[in-house]
Design a protein around this ligand. Structure first.
Ligand code: FAD
Length: 390
């Protein structure tokens, strides 16, 4: 049965949902409040579970072409002593798919092209909806309304619509640290071109990840994490000085990186998450992506989980032959525990990395010095293989 589906939000969650539903024969319209889709943030690592979904939707090969080749992973102390360095090949072999670090803009464009620009309306914000026996009617800030059989709420971590769906406020919680992220031209004096390199110390972190599929213009996706109180100044003119201050005395590649960043192209984000939600559905409504499970980025899973949501929702409608209540119950049953567990693990990882309990962070640094890759890759394997496509 072909349904009329309205998706609010054209981020990677909303667009993947639109694609998954359209591939199953549903008629999908996407609406986003921004006039132009310009994702905030430099890049994203689509881990193997996310890539598997995109491959099943027919866009995974295109993703592989524009993403970086990340073959090894290493950790260094703040002053450049190696803690661990291992190949990611055994992980990719076991899970059957490599990871794809990619520019956010490239991922968004790829999804938009697959969905078709004609299905996406920009510059109109959804202000709420009402539900009745015939479906859902969404209201927009230009006074218009749209009726659909099913509403997909994919309006991101600040979602207001989820509060209407759940009937209660959903507070965001500060994770205690600030993340600056940016792309820089890759070069061997920063890190090996195919390695994901991280420096850790003083509860801070610097990361360089290969992210461009264009061998003529290799790039690193870089980020800097610093524990800071909430509400600190956010002034691009000060980014370089702030980073130079927080990372004074760190290894020479970190100093070179700070010298090379373009502060105007940098994003600075106070990292928040939300507590795991008890349900991701309401009558005729599915909540998806960051609206459903805004999480700390410390497992690199927020976007990948949005892709999994999209796949599971479309599958649930298929197996329920379009019976919407039944499909939503299936979606809820499949996703609440999966994403709740990942939100909690990402929060724990964020706390350990950023010194919520300094003794635990010291213990983690000691673990890294003893790590041969098996423990870290074991955690990644569990996350990846727990996805809907195994
Ligand atoms: P969004 O991308 O926020 O999209 C929501 C859309 O809804 C926006 O376009 C917005 O304009 C629109 N909208 C909002 N309100 C309305 C309204 N009322 N009406 C209409 N439209 C509306 N994930 C990974 O998988 N791997 C990573 O490596 C990774 N790294 C990250 C690093 C950082 C620093 C951060 C902060 C996050 C990271 N994530 C990562 C998480 C990932 O970015 C998010 O999970 C993902 O972007 C969520 O997509 P979304 O579509 O749910 O929400």
């Amino acid at each position: 049965m072909s349904l009329n589906v309205l998706v609010i939000g054209a981020g990677m969650g909303g667009l993947t949902a639109a694609l998954a539903l359209a591939r199953r024969g549903h008629r999908v319209a996407v609406v986003d409040r921004v006039a132009e889709l310009r994702p905030v943030g430099a890049a994203i690592s689509v881990w193997s579970n996310g890539v598997k979904i995109l491959k099943a939707l027919g866009v995974g090969e295109a993703l592989e072409q524009v993403s970086g080749e990340m073959q090894r992973m290493s950790y260094y102390t703040h002053d450049g002593a190696r803690l661990t360095d291992f190949s990611l090949t055994p992980l990719y072999a076991e899970v059957g798919q490599r990871a794809c670090p990619v520019a956010r803009a490239a991922l968004q464009q790829l999804l938009l092209d697959a969905v078709g620009a004609q299905a996406v309306t920009l510059g109109t914000a959804c202000t709420g909806y009402r539900q009745d026996a015939s479906g859902v009617t969404a209201h927009f800030d230009d006074g218009s309304e749209r009726h659909a059989d099913l509403l997909v709420i994919a309006d991101g971590t600040h979602s207001r619509l989820r509060e209407q769906a759940l009937g209660r406020p959903v507070p965001r919680r500060y994770c205690g640290y600030v993340n600056w992220n940016v792309r820089v031209p890759a070069s061997e004096d920063l890190a090996p071109l195919h390695d994901w390199v991280q420096y850790v110390g003083d509860h801070q972190r610097v990361s360089l990840m290969p992210m461009s599929g264009d061998p003529a213009h290799p790039e690193f996706y870089c980020f800097f994490d610093v524990p800071l109180p909430a509400g600190s100044d956010n002034d691009p003119a000060r980014y370089r000085d702030e980073l130079a201050h927080h990372f004074a005395g760190w290894a020479p590649p970190v100093q070179r990186l700070i010298a090379r960043i373009d502060p105007a192209a940098m994003a600075r984000v106070e990292i928040h998450d939300i507590d795991p939600l008890e349900t991701l559905v309401a009558p005729r409504v599915a909540i998806l992506g960051d609206a459903a499970h805004g999480m700390a980025p410390d497992l690199g899973q927020g976007g990948c989980q949005a892709m999994e949501d999209a796949w599971v929702l479309a599958e649930a409608l298929e197996t329920s032959s379009g019976a919407i209540d039944e499909a939503l119950a299936r979606y809820d049953a499949a996703r609440v525990s999966r994403v709740g567990e990942i939100v909690s693990r990402a929060r724990q990882r964020a706390e350990t990395t950023h010194g919520a309990d300094p003794a635990a962070t010291r213990a983690w640094y000691a673990e890294l010095a003893a790590e041969d890759g098996r423990h870290i890759m074991g955690g990644m394997r569990k996350t990846i293989l727990g996805g809907p496509l195994g």
